[in-house]
Design a protein. Structure first.
Length: 210
């Protein structure tokens, strides 16, 4: 095992475990036939090249990345509605398998780029054969519309390295505004949508039993 593999191993283990735990929250809502505030969960360990890039950009010495880079382990929880985000954050605060060390609300304080999301930084204890190792992980909670915008902007960032031409910048700001309005419109018909979804899940289960 090389140095990086060794360093990243507990982060990988944390992602594997947390994905199962956070996806489990969704299943529990489904079993109770109540609207799940969680639509889907993803997770990744930051690629080595991105760790090195970010360390350079933010002047983080490599021997400090463990404490200063909070998103080497990153999870995303996608929600249908903006209100669901708060429900999810409250559920995370109640858990006792990790400790929340910071919350960043980029929904009430959107970033100048137009980025919206709620970030929760946790300290997660990984059990290893050498004992417990506490690692930092970042959970990003956002709606499907926020995620759509962030995914597109992120891939454009690769191409333009953050230096968007004015025209693209304008379009991205417009798209961020449209995503915000879409979230508002969906919130207004939330009850209708949820009733239809519960009806659909129950019907699906009835068919399975036939
Ligand atoms: P990747 O590829 O997603 O891992 P900073 O980087 O200074 O803004 P900091 O302290 O690293 O902030 O933490 P922050 O802002 O809580 O979260 C950083 C992560 O949030 C980013 O990770 C992105 O995942 C996401 N993010 C923050 N701002 C934006 C944005 O304007 N657009 C998009 N698409 N995502 C954003 P990385 O390391 O940048 O990238």
């Amino acid at each position: 095992m090389n140095h990086w593999e060794q360093f990243l191993a507990p982060y990988k283990q944390a992602i594997d475990e947390l994905k199962i735990k956070l996806k489990g929250m969704r299943s529990q809502f489904e079993q109770q036939h109540i609207h799940s505030p969680i639509e889907f969960v993803t997770g990744r360990v930051k690629p080595i090249a991105s760790i090195l890039d970010k360390a350079q950009q933010k002047n983080i010495p490599l021997d400090k990345i463990e404490t200063e880079m909070q998103d080497i382990a990153g999870l995303r929880m996608m929600c249908q509605f903006v209100d669901d985000i708060e429900t999810v954050v409250k559920l995370l605060r109640k858990r006792n398998d990790f400790r929340i060390i910071e919350e960043r609300n980029y929904i009430s304080n959107k970033k100048p780029s137009g980025y919206r999301s709620y970030h929760v930084v946790i300290e997660y204890p990984v059990q290893t054969i050498l004992g417990e190792k506490k690692i930092l992980a970042e959970i990003q909670i956002r709606t499907l519309a926020m995620n759509f915008w962030a995914t597109i902007e992120h891939s454009l960032n690769y191409k333009y390295k953050g230096q968007f031409p004015e025209e693209i910048n304008k379009r991205l700001q417009g798209a961020a505004e449209a995503a915000f309005r879409l979230d508002e419109m969906m919130s207004q018909i939330k009850e209708e949508i949820q009733e239809a979804q519960v009806y659909f899940t129950k019907n699906k289960e009835a068919v399975k039993k036939l």
